[in-house]
Structures are given as C-alpha cells and as structure tokens.
Ligand binder design. Structure first.
Ligand code: NAD
Length: 472
C-alpha cells in the first residue's frame, strides 16, 4: 500500500479515536474512577503516582522489568506506533511520520531494562558490602515538543525499571498526544497487573502546573529534556535534577573521508525527523578541497543547493525571528514546504536545504531544528575542528566527524568533550539507530548522566553486614 494511503487510513482512525478518547476521558474524569493516569490537577497526579510507587516498591525487580516489557509490547503494536507517530506530527506540526515511527520503535526496543542495574558487591575480612540502585520515588519529568512520545516511552521504561513512578509535564503543544500515550500505557500496565497510575500527567499541562510539580515535596527528582531555559529552571529548583539540554551538533569532514558515504550519512542524519533531534547534524565544516565533491554527493542524496545570495538571505529571514531564534512555525517542517515559501518548487525527494557560507553565518551558529544545513569550506582539518568547537558553543552535546585519520578523530573528540561523538556515520547511530548501544531521548550533558537509563534515575544505597558472608 502507498505510504500516503496508510497515512489517510491512520488519520481517519485517529479522528475516530479522538472522539472516543474525549468521550471516555470525560466520563472517566466525571466519576473519577479510572482516568488511566490523567488528572484534573497536579496534586492529584502526584498523589496518585506516589501511591503507585509505594506499591511498585513492594514488587521485585523482575516484576518491574515485566512492566517495562508491557510498555515495549504496547508501543511496538503496529497500530499504536502509527497512531502516536501520526498524532505527534499532526498536533505539534513538527517532524515526519516515518521518522517518528523509527524513533518510537527504537525507544521501545533499545531503552535498557533491569540489566542496567548492576549491584556492586565487595567481600573481605570484615564481611560483605553491597551497593544497589534504588528508586527516588516520584520523578517529575518535563518533556519537549520535538520528541513528545519518544521521551515519554523511554523515560517511562527507565524510571519504572528503577522502581519509580513518574509525573510527566509535557509541552502544552503536545498535550493530546501525551494524554493518548499515557492512557494507552497505563491501561496496558493495569491490565497486566501493574499498580494504577505509575505514569501520570495533568489534563491541561502549563508552565504553572510544571512549577507546582517542581515545588511539590513528594517529587524527589526532576528531569528536564528541553532548551536552556527549562534546564536552568530545574537546576535552580533546590532539588536533585537531571538536565538534558540543547545542542548545535557540528560535522567535520576531512580529506581522508569517504566523501560519497559521508555525504549520504550527513543528509540522512540531518534530515532525520526534519532535523529536530537535538543530536542531528546542524552545520558542516569541510576541508575546501573536498567541499564541491561533498555537495555534489549530498545533492544526489536528497539535498537541494541554494546557490545565490538572495535565496540564502530570503531563507534566513523567512525562518528566523528578529532576535535570531527560530520561528516556531518553521521548526521541524519539510524542506519542500520551506523552499516553497521562498518561491522554489522541488519534488518530494528533497529532504534537506544546503548552501555554502562562512562560519559566522547566523544559521551556522544558531540551533534552528529545521532541515537547513549550512556547509562551510575551511582550509584544513585543524581549522575545521576549531570552527566546530566554536559552533558547538560548549554545549558538549553531540558532534560528528567523517575521517579515517585516527589522530584527528581523537583530537576532535577530546576538544569538544561531547556526550555523543559519532565517527563515519549519521548522527542517529549515536542513539542506537543503526549503531551499537542503547537508546534514550534524554541526553543529559549538563548534569553528566549522559545517555540516561534506569540507573540514571536511581539513588545508590549501601548495605553492610559485618563479619559474615565472606565465604572464601
Ligand atoms: P522547550 O525548552 O521550549 O520546552 C521543553 C519543555 O520545557 C516543555 O515541556 C515546555 O513546556 C517546558 N518549559 C519551557 N520553559 C519553561 C518554563 N519557563 N517553565 C516551565 N516549563 C517550561 O524546548 P522544545 O522546543 O520543546 O524542545 C527543543 C529543545 O530541546 C532544543 O533546544 C533541543 O536541543 C532540546 N532537546 C534536548 C534533548 C536532550 O536529550 N538533550 C532532547 C530533546 C530536545
């Protein structure tokens, strides 16, 4: 079946479901019986999560892992995957359905389970010591518009495996999608014997509701996945907080790279979900002897080259606010849509807009989250690495390099100090899409947890028994 036909069918199903959802949601909240995790106000959402966590704490790690598998199975049902991916794009007006499906699938499949929680044990003449990963209790997790479902899926798995319950504070623009997902997960969990309300949110997310969540003493850990503002806010809350903030991932291409492959990898990574992932390639620094080759192969792989100053200026003005920040209405939009707005018609195959410029260009320095990728030719690889360092702005988030020179690869990795450094592959290899390693959509650079997983959301506690259990 044609992709567009599938999308039409799914769209119809969503419309029907939304009606059902509203009806059932209304009736559920009226009699306050089972709202599957969605509450009228923040205090109720937190109290319910607190009760759920206390029940979860009485259950074994195997049970928590089984609940995580319930989440995985629910998400991996093709109908559910389609539903939440289409709905996320429809509601937020950000990204591509086919890529959202890949992201949701990988969040379900590759977020680690109980194997992540390894006990540290030590025996000696004085007995036995163990250190275990233990729950915080109720976690407050603030999620972005750009990965609304992926973050909830991955966080829920990790936090529940860690023995926690979670209150989500989604972006208001992803409200309906978040409600649908949270109700879907709670329903599946309850049907499989889990405590009710392990995952909660309020019916009307808002900044005020998030502030209430941050202040509530029952919330013991805050997790913010978003831009610099919200990361700063949770870090100033006086509570333990995990911050997963903005990036502006640079790519360096040197003369030793396989240019044809690098070009395809860069287009694939940069256009993935229309460039909204915080790890996606956002600007390229290429040694000037290889710049034209790189651009030639990028164009063969779905990139459209703007080759005159007027078009580049029009594009910049179209998508940028006066203060240089991206205009929300262009974040995560298709390249074709953006080009049409500056009077350029292209086919559906075009996924990315590229143009040659210098390192000072505003679209090089600003995190835009649109399928627009400036390409900056530079005299040599050392200068390319320096430019990449500057453009990354000390976020220490993600960087990508295409090279076969081990010394230069090491130089860039060491200088930029990023949480994720991808060599000779698209950026998404760094979160387990086609690359080795687990998946998360909460990449905690500022607070150092890195690729978050169950253990990131746990406290380490020590238990000691003196003069026993040393059996050697
Ligand atoms: P955003 O910062 O606008 O919003 C993120 C969340 O914070 C939303 O739920 C929003 O409602 C909330 N929020 C923002 N300001 C707030 C305030 N003052 N008080 C209370 N709540 C507030 O970001 P976005 O546009 O949704 O997401 C894109 C940004 O997130 C980009 O900068 C991107 O790089 C970053 N991001 C980072 C990661 C990561 O893992 N490091 C993952 C995804 C997105």
């Amino acid at each position: 079946m044609e992709n567009s036909m599938i999308e039409d069918i799914v769209r119809q199903v969503i419309e029907d479901l939304k009606k059902d959802e509203e009806i059932s949601f209304e009736s559920q909240t009226k009699n306050s019986m089972n709202n599957y995790g969605v509450f009228d106000n923040m205090d109720e959402a937190i109290d319910a999560a607190d009760r759920a966590q206390k029940q979860l704490y009485e259950l074994s790690l195997d049970e928590r892992d089984r609940f995580a598998n319930v989440i995985r199975k629910t998400i991996l049902k093709e109908d559910n995957l389609n539903l939440m991916s289409v709905m996320a794009v429809e509601e937020t007006k950000i990204g591509r359905v086919s890529d959202k499906k890949i992201k949701n699938r990988v969040a379900a499949q590759k977020t680690p389970g109980k194997e992540d929680l390894k006990t540290n044990a030590l025996t000696g003449a004085n007995g036995l010591m163990i250190e275990e990963y233990c729950p915080f209790g109720v976690i407050g997790s603030i999620t972005p518009t750009t990965n609304p479902t992926e973050t909830i899926i991955s966080n829920s798995i990790s936090m529940i495996v860690g023995g926690n319950a979670v209150v989500f504070s989604p972006h208001p623009r992803a409200k309906k999608t978040s409600i649908l997902l949270i109700q879907m997960l709670n329903k599946a969990l309850v049907e499989n014997g889990a405590p009710e309300n392990l995952i909660t949110m309020v019916k009307e997310p808002s900044i005020e509701a998030t502030n209430e969540m941050m202040k509530n003493p029952k919330v013991r850990l805050l997790v913010a996945t978003g831009g610099p503002g919200i990361v700063k806010t949770v870090l100033s809350s006086g509570k333990k907080a995990i911050g997963a903030g903005a990036g502006n991932p640079p790519v360096v291409v040197d003369e030793t790279a396989d240019i044809k492959k690098a070009a395809k990898d860069i287009v694939d990574g940069s256009s993935f979900d229309n460039n909204v992932p915080c790890i996606a390639e956002k600007e390229v620094f290429v040694v000037e002897t290889k710049a034209d080759d790189l651009i030639y192969y990028m164009r063969q792989n779905g990139a459209y080259l703007l080759d005159n100053e007027t078009d580049i200026k029009n594009l910049d003005e179209l998508v940028s606010q006066e203060n240089g920040k991206p205009k929300t209405e262009f974040v995560g939009k298709d390249a074709k849509y953006i080009l049409e707005k500056i009077g350029i018609e292209v086919s559906e195959d075009i996924r990315l807009i590229i143009f040659k410029t210098n390192k000072y260009h505003h679209l090089v320095q600003e995190e835009m989250m649109m399928p627009i990728l400036p390409v900056v030719p530079v005299p040599n690889v050392d200068e390319a690495i320096e430019c990449a360092h500057e453009a990354e702005h000390g976020n220490r988030h993600t960087a990508i390099m295409h090279s076969k020179n081990v010394d230069k690869l090491s130089k860039m990795a060491k200088l930029l100090e990023c949480t994720i450094f991808v060599k000779n592959a698209p950026s998404y290899s760094g979160i387990g899409v086609g690359g080795e390693g687990s998946t998360t959509f909460t990449i905690a650079g500022p607070t150092g947890e890195g690729i978050t997983s169950a253990k990131s959301f746990c406290r380490i506690r020590r238990c000691v028994i003196k003069d026993s259990f040393n059996i050697r």
